[in-house]
Design a protein around this ligand. Structure first.
Ligand SMILES: O=C(CO)[C@H](O)[C@H](O)COP(=O)(O)O
Length: 222
């Protein structure tokens, strides 16, 4: 089975998983990335049973609209049954690293309002300790050098994602060489640096359930 076939299988499993939870007035939070794109294409098949979606990026909004799914502004939504998104890494406690696509801040905002976060991944994303995938940090452009100097103190190497600008007009520093023993503490510590918008650790609001694609089918991890 190819990686894309596993992504499609988890996308289909996610639609099956959320379908019974949706009502006519439900809003679905939708993540960003290649796995989320498979999910959007599958979600479109049941668009008649729910109200619409909130997108975690401009790219996701475009894809949703392309399928004729209503896209709501986050500011007009005060509750959401479910948020579905991929991840770059996850551990056994359902902590995640996200933001490989640079959409981490909007993803965190949408995930935060959702009652349930369903994370869809293939088995290549599973790790014992988070940090192998460089941890993205979204930073206000004028603070980039100062934030990088602070981040070096965490025993990692911040690398500027050159030429990339987030949907919020900010830049990304990717932290190489981290071994994340205490995800919640590190998430807070990085977020407390002045000039940081947020970082890609999803530990304070991790996933509620992970649907993981494997060559033998989709595994549910709770
Ligand atoms: O956090 C993300 C984007 O900011 C994505 O969820 C993450 O990068 C996984 O992407 P993919 O499904 O393409 O592997």
């Amino acid at each position: 089975m190819t990686q894309d076939e596993m992504k499609l299988a988890v996308a289909q499993a996610a639609v099956e998983y959320i379908q019974p939870k949706l009502a006519r007035d439900s809003i679905v939070g939708v993540g960003t990335g290649s796995t989320a794109n498979f999910f959007i294409d599958e979600l479109a098949k049941i668009k008649h049973i729910f109200e619409g979606a909130v997108a975690s990026s401009e790219a996701t909004a475009e894809r949703l609209k392309g399928h004729g799914i209503n896209v709501f502004d986050m500011n007009s939504v005060d509750q959401m049954d479910v948020y579905v998104d991929g991840a770059d890494e996850f551990d056994g406690r359902l902590n995640l690293v996200k933001g490989g696509g640079g959409a981490l801040t909007r993803e965190k905002i949408v995930a935060d309002v959702a009652k349930e976060f369903v994370c869809i991944v293939d088995e290549s994303k599973k790790v014992d300790l988070l940090g192998l995938f460089p941890l993205p940090v979204e930073v206000i452009p004028m603070a980039r050098s100062q934030v990088a100097r602070e981040l070096v103190k965490l025993d990692c190497m911040p690398v500027y994602r050159e030429g990339f600008v987030t949907d919020n007009g900010n830049v990304i520093l990717d932290l190489h060489g981290l071994e994340v023993e205490e995800p919640k503490e590190l998430e807070t510590r990085i977020n407390n640096i002045v000039g940081v918008v947020t970082n890609g650790l999803f530990a304070r609001r991790g996933a509620n359930v992970i649907l993981m694609g494997t060559p033998n089918g989709v595994e549910t991890i709770k």
